[in-house]
Design a protein around this ligand. Structure first.
Ligand SMILES: Nc1ncnc2c1ncn2[C@@H]1O[C@H](COP(=O)(O)OP(=O)(O)O)[C@@H](O)[C@H]1O
Ligand SMILES: [Mg+2]
Length: 511
């Protein structure tokens, strides 16, 4: 959603006499000018208040207008049809007198043609005000706005004879795309930096712009931006999941829209650790040629980078501005399991943040495909699994024999070995109960074993490594049985093959 849609939503809320609108943004100048346009469209006046100087209008300022409560009295007393924008009011919301005053003011505003707007980089709503306040996140610039920003920038610098600027259409489009996910001022800085480095603005600047964007997104502390070249062919087994994903590969295209397909929401993969869930997320983004945004759910609750709800909203906003994209929430149980999880997050906060996320997931109108993974489910809120949230919930089990064969082939190949020199049938048979990660590890550890001997690995070496492995499925048999049982009725199997019972395996190991 771009700034234009935000403006029309603001206008609607103002006309519907919502009393208090809360706009969360660091970009004061950009939001102020949007608000001025909304006011002009609605034929309303607009006044701005800050605790330093009070109102930007002398008539309103008489008597201590720089203090909050007297300023709110001015709002109530004003006969104007107007929008009153209070900057950084969040700083005063600790004072219960201000909170009370706002409630009274909200009551008055509902019956007037006036609207109060709180503009602040920090979202903080006392519970008493929850019913009176409507929150708006300011979207980051979309294609259109970013194009305007770029044109404005180029226009400002092109008169300088010392710089060379390419106006190549493809270059401009790619720069705009590379800047999505940044705020207007961040984007301007990135553009300026690209120019300053060599006094040229050309295709060579693209990698630097992208690198800069990755840096800025990483600095948010909870998101990581990747453009990967993984491939589904590196994922062994999981054919049901692969088929399902393949059917959605072009779901974000105009053709799909014309055909009448809804945007896919996302998928949740549950299951045994080390069986390719994270790998499948990366491969999906790469196969669909979309950037991958990895959201660290644990960091959302890290109080050093902001309040949890704000962090969640911010992450969503960045994902929306980069859309189409795959938003990958890895190991959601680490963040969303509430007090039982990390022990540092209280259950109330965790469930609020979680509600913000689910609401967004359900209502989102932007092409962001959510790819969530979880290694265990016991502490996850049941809402996660309800229909209508994710498009599908898949259970990723230990690889079955044929799948293990594929996984051996994949990892032998990835390490430059030819699979036909190995008895992969035998390896697959011997590795029952092992996860994909453990299979990979057996190949790697066989390589370590033979390297000092100055020869290459063979089937025998890998069998030795397998024999030395105690798979997780042995040490964690009970919990795997439990999750299998749970998943049998609640999730779709990611594999097309039936799972092998773990009992065989425990028997084998204890022999
Ligand atoms: N099905 C699989 N096919 C190929 N490699 C796999 C598979 N499952 C796991 N691996 C290997 O193990 C690594 C770790 O797996 P990962 O996807 O992180 O597991 P999970 O997210 O399910 O815990 C992968 O990067 C990959 O190298
Ligand atoms: Mg994982």
């Amino acid at each position: 959603m771009g700034i234009e849609r935000l403006k029309s939503e603001l206008a609607l809320s103002i006309r519907a006499r919502y009393p208090i609108l809360y706009l969360v943004s660091w970009e004061e100048a950009r939001v102020q000018s949007a608000l001025k346009e909304v006011a002009a469209d609605l034929g309303k006046k607009i006044f701005f208040w800050a605790c330093t100087d009070g109102f930007d209008n002398d008539a309103l300022n008489q008597q201590e207008g720089y203090k909050v409560n007297p300023a709110l009295d001015r709002v109530v007393g004003s006969p104007e049809r107007a929008i009153f924008v209070f900057k950084d009011l969040h700083a005063f919301l600790e004072d219960h007198r201000v909170v009370r005053k706002l409630r009274d003011t909200a009551d008055h505003l509902r019956r007037s043609y006036k609207t109060l707007v709180i503009l602040s980089p920090v979202l903080k709503i006392p519970v008493e005000l929850e019913k009176d306040v409507t929150v708006f996140d300011i979207p980051l610039p979309d294609d259109q706005e970013m194009t305007d920003i770029l044109n404005g920038f180029l226009h400002a610098v092109e008169t300088n004879p010392k710089v060379t600027i390419s106006r190549d259409q493809e270059l401009l489009e790619r720069v705009v795309k590379a800047c999505l996910g940044l705020t207007a001022s961040e984007a301007e800085n990135v553009m300026a930096k690209a120019l300053v480095a060599d006094r040229r603005f050309c295709f060579d600047d693209l990698p630097a712009i992208l690198a800069e964007k990755k840096q800025i997104i990483r600095k948010s502390g909870m998101l990581e931006y990747y453009e990967l070249d993984e491939s589904m062919s590196h994922v062994g087994g999981l054919d049901a999941l692969k088929n399902w994903l393949a059917n959605r590969a072009n779901a974000f295209t105009d053709r799909a829209r014309e055909f009448g397909l809804p945007d896919p929401r996302g998928v949740l993969l549950l299951g045994v650790q080390g069986c390719g869930k994270s790998l499948a997320a990366k491969a999906t983004a790469a196969e669909w040629k979309l950037p991958l945004l990895r959201l660290d759910v644990g960091m959302i609750f890290n109080s050093f980078i902001g309040s949890s709800e704000e962090n969640m909203r911010k992450a969503i906003r960045i994902a929306e501005s980069i859309a189409p994209t795959v938003l990958w929430l890895d190991e959601i149980e680490k963040g969303f399991s509430g007090s039982q999880g990390t022990g540092t997050v209280d259950a109330g906060t965790s469930s609020r943040v979680f509600a913000t996320f689910l609401t967004w997931l359900q209502e989102k109108r932007v092409p962001v495909f959510v790819f969530a993974t979880a290694n265990q489910i016991w502490n996850l809120p049941p809402e996660f699994f309800r229909k209508g949230r994710f498009d599908e919930v898949f259970f990723v089990d230990l690889p079955q024999r044929d799948e293990r064969k594929q996984i051996f082939v994949i990892h032998l190949k990835r390490r430059g070995r030819q699979a036909r020199h190995f008895d992969v049938d035998m390896l697959a048979g011997a590795s029952q109960g092992m996860s994909g990660a453990e299979i990979e590890q057996s190949v790697v550890s066989a390589m370590y074993d033979v390297f000092p001997q100055g020869r290459d690995i063979n089937t025998e070496d890998i069998l030795t490594a397998i024999a030395a492995t105690v798979p997780l499925s042995v040490t964690m048999k009970e919990s795997i049985d439990e999750i299998r049982h749970w998943a049998a009725t609640r999730a779709r199997m990611a594999s097309l093959l039936p799972p092998e019972p773990l009992d065989d395996l425990t028997g084998k190991v204890s022999e």
